[in-house]
Design a protein. Structure first.
Length: 208
């Protein structure tokens, strides 16, 4: 039976990797059933209006980064205020702020198989920022901040077998991690983020 996350991915027609590495293989619901859920999922569908496209793109961001409408809107507002310091304008600043969230950084470092798993690690006190425990998934990570795993947690299930997996992990260029002690840092602001979404549509949606 498919879970709600997989049904949402199918409804949007996008692999959002909400279930981690499962989404990379043939077990991914978007691969096994590449059509929307429901009795008429395989039928022909009406083309989306501009508003429909914007709404769909907004849903992708909310599901991917585990945000509700209020928080997504708040982050967009911050992007608008700080867009002048970003070479790519509002869209680039918005993506940067999303990527700098602590739960996302933990995920991008390879310390968790999905953003949801990364959020749980943060909430349960396994993650330290600059030597201090942080239980706030939305904390903004800055360049040169160090991210580490609580020493007592290193031998626990989520981290026990990570060293070998991280040796072949393709980490974003703006992050660095020592696989031996699972300590890393943000070296620069997020750049060249692989974003399978149309950020411009989301900017249009919030700009109305």
């Amino acid at each position: 039976m498919l879970g709600p996350k997989e049904k949402k991915e199918r409804a949007l027609g996008e692999r959002l990797h909400l279930k981690g590495t499962r989404c990379d293989g043939p077990k991914c619901a978007a691969v096994r059933r590449p059509y929307p859920p429901g009795a008429h999922g395989q039928g022909r569908h009406r083309a989306l209006s501009d508003f429909g496209k914007q709404l769909k793109e907004k849903q992708k961001f909310k599901l991917t980064y585990l945000l509700d409408e209020r928080n997504l809107s708040r982050i967009f507002g911050e992007a608008v205020k700080n867009a002048k310091v970003s070479a790519g304008g509002v869209g680039a600043k918005f993506v940067e702020l999303l990527e700098r969230r602590l739960d996302n950084v933990v995920f991008r470092m390879g310390l968790a198989p999905s953003r949801l798993a990364a959020r749980q690690l943060v909430l349960h006190g396994h993650i330290f920022v600059n030597g201090r425990r942080s239980r706030a998934p939305g904390n903004e990570v800055c360049p040169d901040d160090t991210i580490s795993v609580r020493k007592e947690s290193l031998s626990e299930g989520p981290f026990r077998d990570l060293k070998e997996k991280l040796k072949t992990y393709d980490m974003p260029k703006w992050l660095a991690l020592n696989p031996e002690n699972l300590e890393g840092r943000m070296t620069t602001l997020p750049t060249d983020v692989d974003m399978p979404f149309e950020v411009s549509l989301l900017v249009e949606a919030f700009s109305k």
